[in-house]
Design a protein around this ligand. Structure first.
Ligand SMILES: Nc1ncnc2c1ncn2[C@@H]1O[C@H](COP(=O)(O)OP(=O)(O)O)[C@@H](O)[C@H]1O
Ligand SMILES: [Mg+2]
Length: 332
């Protein structure tokens, strides 16, 4: 699928804005704060269902009553999202819905400047990153994750009440064990698949003989019975803490560089090459799993990369539709 155009009304600082897209590479140039990332954000909403950085209330242009984004694909299909200050509505071929229907989602490889810090950022942010990618690999992952998060919220609320007993946790424990074990299984599978390609892809960028790997740091199990036992065993501790201390919501993804933690041992250039390799693998896995070439959104990353890595980016995504934002050419 190729995006032909995107139109924004009252979206962030844009009162009205239209971008006609090229089949291959489109460039959005402009100074900081002129609304470049917002354009990518709008594309992301219409392809993935929600923003990667904010809720709709923050996106709606200040002082306005609604926003509207409209995207036209090459085949003539049109997707529209509107937000009226309260609810968002997607309209796709005259059908309205509150959420973007699964069949109308389209895979995206998003590259934000902050991704370049992925190796050393907080476990939360790393987990969010991989959750977002894995949700694209398989909708079932997304479903399990949403159900897990809902159950976790309920269990945590219960833990904060007075007079809580272990029995009261039961139904939430069952759900957390079921979805938690599913998530653990998916994570292991997907990280394994990434690792199969990771070193080779890394070497094609960095041109050396180093080894790279991602390791899941988890205390959980892929067996829901074992998961349940461990969750139940933590009840007293959870009661003291007032939240659920055991589970896949505490997992982390550690980048290894020649078997050592990359955070602290790999150089800045080496970690950047690792991230680039990860992005290329994301695109490849999406193509293999879904049979779709993801749209590639590169937000202001060119200025952060040297010539070799820039060329790698362009070369690797030459068969994808790519939309790039950059401040280059403008004094900062
Ligand atoms: N809800 C909003 N209403 C009006 N302006 C906004 C809103 N949210 C953000 N902005 C402004 O929109 C501008 C666009 O931000 P952004 O897309 O991140 O710009 P860029 O990527 O070009 O630096 C910023 O100057 C920001 O202050
Ligand atoms: Mg920006």
């Amino acid at each position: 699928m190729i995006i032909k155009s995107i139109k924004l009304v009252n979206f962030r600082n844009h009162s009205e804005y239209v971008l006609e897209c090229k089949d291959s590479v489109s460039l959005i140039l402009g100074q900081n704060g002129c609304g470049k990332t917002s354009v990518l954000e709008a594309i992301y909403i219409l392809t993935r269902g929600k923003s990667f950085r904010a809720v709709d209330a923050e996106i709606l242009k200040r002082g306005e009553e609604f926003y509207r984004i409209e995207m036209e694909y090459e085949n003539g299909e049109k997707s529209v999202a509107t937000y009226d200050g309260k609810d968002k509505t997607f309209t796709i071929v005259d059908k309205k819905s509150k959420r973007l229907p699964k069949k109308n989602k389209y895979p995206v490889v998003l590259f934000l400047p902050s991704d370049l810090n992925l190796v050393s950022t907080s476990p939360n942010k790393r987990r969010d990153y991989f959750d977002r990618i894995f949700s694209q690999f398989d909708e079932k992952y997304n479903d399990s994750l949403l159900r897990y998060e809902k159950a976790l919220k309920q269990r945590n609320e219960l833990l904060k009440r007075d007079f809580v007993t272990a029995d009261m946790m039961f139904s939430w424990n069952i759900l957390l064990a079921k979805y938690g074990a599913e998530i653990a299984k998916f994570r292991k599978q997907f990280v394994g698949e990434i690792n199969e390609k990771f070193t080779e892809m890394y070497r094609s960028i960095a041109d050396n003989q180093d080894e790279v790997e991602i390791k899941i740091e988890t205390l959980t199990s892929e067996d829901s019975n074992k998961y349940l036992q461990m969750l139940e065993a933590g009840f007293e501790k959870d009661l003291v803490l007032g939240h659920t201390s055991f589970g896949v919501h505490r997992d982390d993804f550690i980048f290894l560089f020649n078997q050592k933690e990359a955070d602290g041992s790999a150089s800045r250039g080496e970690t950047r090459s690792m991230i680039l390799a990860l992005k290329f693998i994301e695109a490849e896995m999406i193509l293999n799993k879904l049979g779709k070439r993801p749209i590639v959104l590169l937000d202001d990353v060119f200025s952060e990369l040297d010539d070799v890595r820039r060329r790698c980016l362009v070369e690797n995504f030459r068969d994808n539709q790519v939309i790039i934002t950059s401040v280059e050419g403008f004094s900062r």
